[in-house]
Write a protein that binds this ligand. Structure first.
Ligand code: SF4
Length: 409
């Protein structure tokens, strides 16, 4: 079986930020021990399903959230032990956690580094105090500086800092200052996403009542273009619409079936697995996975997830790999679904794009036979461009990605 990554969802936060629509819950930390037990049971359950199936290696594990850094070091250790006994990791497996800079300590970071976690993604969002307050983040920028220094001392040499731009009333100058301060911290990787006002969040509600000045889309586009230029001039390679990896002159081979691309050596290997439409298992409340031809997701709420895993006698329960009693949605992908997902995911890779050889290897058909009209039109409209052996988004296409992706749905 193809190498398969693992995503583990940790749906706990100290406080729910005003813009966030992730599957996460505040003030439920009392449930963490029972949740970790349920995770271990779910991992062991899927491990047992593999007994009669071809084996695969695990190139990446990602603890996302929520705020994974709310787990203690021994809790990470026990989940990783369960993973290692159920699956085989590659020798250079990338094991990442997302962390809120306000929830770490030197002791915890030292311990989790020793347990094998080798990459941290800090949710920073902004270096501006008023913006951090508006977003209801629990940390200020000094805490971020301290967190980065603590992570370095603990031996982490692969750090990502996550940012958000296009905030209500944000000025280009404050965004420029944020970028400068972030680059001064020398992270190996930077992610910058435009704010989206999600239905059901406080930001969404305030905006619909006219209480929150809507982010100006033209200004957000200007911020994005500035980000591209600024980060590239500071030694970061723009390899995905919203992601940049530090250019240290080395390249890493992208894990495509045909291995035809290379990426900056600090590209996030876990996310490359998604963008390459390669399989990943999902564990935890609300986690989404893609493996054995299924796209599937688990029960959203913590209590329901724990109950579904705990109330079954998992030793005697039969589900097709990788579905479990926690799965509430599953869909067997058709070849057309796979092709469509492949286009939408791979076109996010700004340098590599979609290559004809990789497409043919995966689907046994020529790219231009499947999408002759769509590709011709998008090239004519300046949203896609031809590159040697394939196509990728143009600069304008990166700004209007959704318009491009719609054509492949
Ligand atoms: S810390 Fe992250 S996951 Fe938690 S509420 Fe804030 S944005 Fe959402």
């Amino acid at each position: 079986m193809e190498n398969t990554s693992i995503y583990i969802h940790i749906p706990f936060c100290k406080h729910r930020c005003a813009y966030c629509d992730f599957n996460t819950y505040a003030s439920q930390e009392d449930s963490i021990p029972a949740y970790v037990n349920a995770l271990i049971n779910e991992i062991e359950f899927v491990g047992r399903q593999l007994a009669n199936l071809p084996t695969f290696d695990v190139p990446t594990v990602f603890f996302g959230g929520g705020t994974p850094s709310l787990l203690s070091a021994p809790q990470f250790d026990s989940v990783l032990k369960a993973l290692r006994s159920a699956f085989t990791f590659t020798a250079d497996a990338e094991i990442s956690i997302e962390a809120n800079p306000g929830t770490i300590s030197p002791k915890k970071l030292n311990a989790i580094r020793k347990s094998g976690i080798n990459r941290i993604s800090f949710g920073v969002q902004s270096a501006n105090t008023e913006e951090l307050l508006m977003l209801e983040r629990i940390h200020d920028f000094f805490t971020v500086i301290e967190a980065v220094s603590t992570a370095r001392k603990a031996g982490f040499d692969n750090l990502n800092l996550d940012l958000i731009y296009g905030l209500p009333q944000q000025k280009l100058s404050t965004w420029q200052t944020t970028l400068q301060r972030i680059v001064d911290l020398h992270p190996e990787h930077i992610s910058a996403y435009a704010l989206t006002l999600e239905h059901g969040t406080p930001f969404g509600r305030w905006a619909s009542k006219g209480l929150l000045p809507l982010p100006d889309p033209d200004l957000a586009a200007e911020m994005y273009e500035y980000t591209e230029e600024f980060l590239e001039s500071n030694g970061y390679v723009h390899y995905e619409i919203s992601n940049w990896g530090m250019d240290d002159g080395r390249q890493t081979i992208d894990r495509t079936p045909s291995a035809v691309h290379s990426q900056p050596s600090h590209a996030c290997k876990h996310n490359l697995q998604y963008w390459r439409s390669l399989p990943y298992l999902a564990f935890g409340a609300g986690a989404h996975g893609y493996a054995n031809g299924y796209r599937y997701s688990n029960a959203l709420r913590i209590k329901t997830y724990i109950e579904r895993i705990t109330n079954y006698d998992l030793r005697f329960t039969n589900y097709n790999f990788p579905l479990t009693p926690a799965t509430v949605n599953s869909h067997k992908q058709t070849p057309a679904d796979d092709i469509s997902d492949y286009m939408i995911n791979n076109l996010r890779l700004t340098n590599a794009g979609v290559t004809e050889s990789d497409f043919r290897l995966r689907f046994g058909r020529a790219l231009l036979d499947v999408y002759p009209k769509e590709i011709e039109e998008l090239i004519r409209n300046g949203l896609l461009e031809k590159i040697s052996g394939g196509v990728r988004l143009t600069k304008r296409g990166r700004l209007l990605g959704n318009q491009v992706f719609m054509r492949f749905v």
